[in-house]
Write a protein that binds this ligand. Structure first.
Ligand code: VGL
Ligand code: ZN
Length: 206
């Protein structure tokens, strides 16, 4: 790959693997695929979902509301998840075997108690920015390749916000796995198409 291209590895954390608190089907299968493409990039960014206890996105913070149901919050609708990726717990650690050694940038997101953050660029209030776009631009990056967990939430929101930041965006589909609640996977793909995001296979990266 070229120097203007970065890989963004989204939330490949223990809690999103098959045995985790918020299991993504076949989640662990992305690890060898991602490890294979990491060495092809000079710039690799790793993100981590990083919630405080009692986070607004946890169903346990809303007694009487069902897991995976949707509630209205100040910034719109919020899916209620099982407690996951609590800061400094084992579940928030990177998946076993993921090669994070040569990462050049590490982004923790969702740390605000009252705002969720699927995207590595922008929190769910759609106002609070992380430093990621500024950092990528300072490195001369113009194209980003997004992979990780989960396709239809953090990968998709990160990819869409990358378009808004002016990057050319690719989603490496075989290096992602989705959750798929209420048609979220189809909806994400439709949105990518509208916004010019290309879906590619890891074999196309050389
Ligand atoms: C994610 C749901 C809740 C993700 C994070 O990484 O896709 N999904 N928090
Ligand atoms: Zn989360």
């Amino acid at each position: 790959m070229q120097d203007n291209q970065a890989l963004i590895v989204v939330d490949v954390q223990k809690d999103f693997l098959e045995t985790g608190a918020l299991p993504v089907k076949e989640g662990s299968q992305v690890v060898p695929v991602i490890n294979r493409i990491i060495p092809k990039f000079k710039n690799v960014v790793f993100t981590q979902d990083w919630h405080p206890e009692g986070h607004i996105s946890f169903a346990s913070s809303h007694p009487g509301e069902a897991l995976y149901s949707m509630i209205d919050v100040s910034y719109g609708q919020q899916v209620l998840w099982p407690d996951h990726c609590v800061q400094d717990t084992a579940g928030a650690e990177f998946a076993e075997g993921l090669n994070t050694e040569n990462g050049v940038c590490f982004v923790k997101k969702g740390a605000h108690p009252n705002i969720d953050s699927y995207s590595a660029f922008l929190e769910a209030d759609r106002k609070t920015k992380t430093d990621l776009a500024v950092w990528l631009k300072s490195q001369g990056i113009t194209e980003v390749f997004v992979c990780g967990l989960a396709t239809d939430f953090c990968v998709s929101w990160t990819a869409l916000d990358a378009v808004d930041e002016g990057f050319k965006v690719y989603v490496i589909e075989d290096a992602c796995r989705g959750i798929d609640v209420n048609g979220s996977l189809e909806a994400a793909r439709a949105e990518w198409k509208k916004r010019g995001i290309k879906r590619i296979d890891s074999s196309e990266i050389n």
